[in-house]
Design a protein around this ligand. Structure first.
Ligand code: 87F
Length: 518
């Protein structure tokens, strides 16, 4: 009898668990793909199941759903006040560019021409001259710079806009990472001197580092692009570079260019240099310009770095909801008291500046809600059940590692704040450890090739010659994509006297990061 009972019980338990799995599949509360065994599928599944991205019937275009826009808003809320402190002002220039303006600066547009989308028709009639949709706004904004800047008192001029841009990419699209339309901020500034422009580039680059490291908990390297990888219309390009361990690819996270005087020349952006006027005859001087941007790509990088097999994992500073409060009423327990306690908890947390929300829906079970919010990557879950009410406490569960803590109500705000800080810091530490474990210093070609095969982020001494970079690209043209320079870190390790370039054997000039990239 006892044995039969046992068998029956385990049979029921087995049926229960497979029914559970069935339910999870139907309601899409668990992922079918794992991050380590099927990264590409896992990524698509995470961003759709967590309700970040909607697919669309035009290839390379995606819908950014509220969960994504909540993250984007938080990134804006960090960045906007910072650039405001630098006296950068908001603006909004048109979406359309005339053909003349677009083609004014040839270096700038040459390599990019195939990616420019054009409007050629309205209704049934062809436009007299086609107009382009902005792929970036140098050529849209600089006619204004030319008109607005007269004397040195008009400088510096610093503008930023948050807009969408369109680049008709042909390589395979990936939501957030490479899409045909994306959102970004683009800053465009003009100065009287190169020195001021140089200083601003570094200030902006530091803001980008902080955005990634302090807000999104993603480690990045600040560096300078090679001549081959820089923006052709500019003088030099700096960037922050992230690395995705699962694919072994680097990804440019944001970029700040010093444009030099190229655009000033083409768009006549001059000023009477009154300072010189006194000593020499009145002379026109060209401005020094910068442009800088980060885009919704940042969000994709964050998902790839932190997401796990349960779904998205958001760092507290990047999350629209930092704490989700879930009521766990038992059958006979006083439901109303539990719901009230949840609402009160949310109010206390929100009053102290924490982004908290209660999920009081009565058509979903607590278990379903746990999975749902786990999938969406909420950093902290607070559960309140009758036992907690009785003990004047709540139970908190961390989104990043599942650790559970009982928090006395009397200490709620402090403890939750502390936990959110800990999660933020710990997510960065874990990501940095993983990134650092992928860095491989290579001093010879053989070491380089081996490291590339192992999907490493390679740091190598380089002679800084364009021909050599081209040769490396040619020689590594495997089906997974060829290796290129990511950046030369601003923070250079010591380069011992006599160190040779890993690729050419010539004297090395600097340490440079190499790898495959997005
Ligand atoms: C695609 C089509 C046309 C990149 C393009 O990075 C033009 C371009 O100019 C193009 N793709 N670029 C370079 C963008 C440079 C620069 N613009 C302002 C930035 C930061 C923000």
């Amino acid at each position: 009898m006892a044995v039969q009972q046992l068998l029956l019980m385990s049979l029921l338990a087995f049926m229960g668990s497979s029914i559970n799995q069935e339910i999870k599949k139907v309601t899409r509360l668990s992922l079918a793909n794992s991050k380590d065994s099927n990264f590409g599928e896992w990524y698509s599944e995470v961003i759709t199941t967590s309700e970040m991205i909607g697919y669309y019937d035009i290839s390379g275009c995606y819908t950014l759903l509220p969960w994504t826009m909540g993250i984007w808003k938080r990134m804006q809320n960090f960045f906007d006040p910072e650039i405001e402190k630098m006296d950068v002002e908001p603006c909004n220039f048109p979406l359309f560019v005339s053909k003349d303006a677009l083609q004014k600066e040839k270096d700038h547009i040459n390599g990019f021409a195939p990616e420019v989308a054009w409007v050629t028709r309205s209704g049934d009639s062809d436009l007299e001259v086609p107009i382009a949709i902005r792929p970036t706004s140098e050529t849209v904004m600089y006619p204004h710079f030319s008109k607005k800047i007269r004397g040195h008192r008009d400088l510096p001029l610093k503008l930023n806009q948050w807009v969408n841009v369109v680049r008709w990419e042909f390589s395979s699209p990936t939501p957030f990472i490479r899409s045909r339309e994306f959102l970004w901020q683009e800053g465009h500034t003009a100065f009287a001197t190169k020195q001021e422009a140089d200083t601003e580039v570094l200030e902006i680059l530091e803001l980008y580092r902080r955005l990634y490291e302090e807000y999104l908990a993603v480690p990045v390297v600040k560096g300078k692009k090679s001549e081959m990888e820089k923006f052709a219309g500019g003088l030099y390009t700096t960037s922050v570079e992230a690395f995705i361990p699962n694919t072994g690819r680097g990804v440019q996270g944001a970029t700040a260019h010093c444009l030099g005087q190229n655009f000033a020349k083409m768009f006549d952006i001059n000023f009477e240099d009154e300072k010189r006027e006194k000593t020499e005859k009145a002379e026109k001087a060209m401005v020094w310009q910068n442009s800088w941007a980060y885009s919704t790509r940042t969000i994709g990088v964050m998902v790839m770095i932190h997401g796990d097999d349960k779904g998205l994992v958001l760092p507290p500073k990047g999350a629209k909801v930092q704490v989700i409060v879930v009521p766990v009423p038992y059958k006979d327990a006083d439901v109303e008291n539990i719901l009230n306690a949840c609402s009160a908890t949310v109010k206390t947390l929100c009053d102290s500046g924490i982004l908290a929300k209660a999920d009081l829906r009565d058509n979903y079970s607590p278990g379903w809600k746990y999975c749902h919010w786990e999938m969406k990557g909420v950093p902290l879950r607070v559960e309140i059940e009758p036992k907690d009410l009785a003990n004047n406490q709540v139970r908190a569960v961390r989104g990043d590692n599942g650790a559970k803590v009982d928090i006395p109500m009397t200490d709620l705000v402090n403890t939750v704040k502390g936990m959110l800080d800990t999660i933020q810091q710990s997510m960065f530490n874990v990501a940095k450890q993983k990134r650092d474990a992928c860095i491989q210093v290579t001093k010879t070609w053989d070491e380089f090739i081996e490291a590339l095969g192992q999907k490493k982020l390679i740091l190598a001494p380089w002679c800084d010659e364009e021909e050599v970079e081209k040769e490396v690209k040619r020689k590594t043209k495997w089906e997974t994509g060829s290796a290129k320079t990511l950046c030369s870190p601003l923070d250079q390790p010591e380069l011992a006297e006599g160190t040779l370039c890993f690729a050419s054997g010539k004297p090395a000039k600097k340490w440079t990061y190499w790898g495959r990239s997005y």
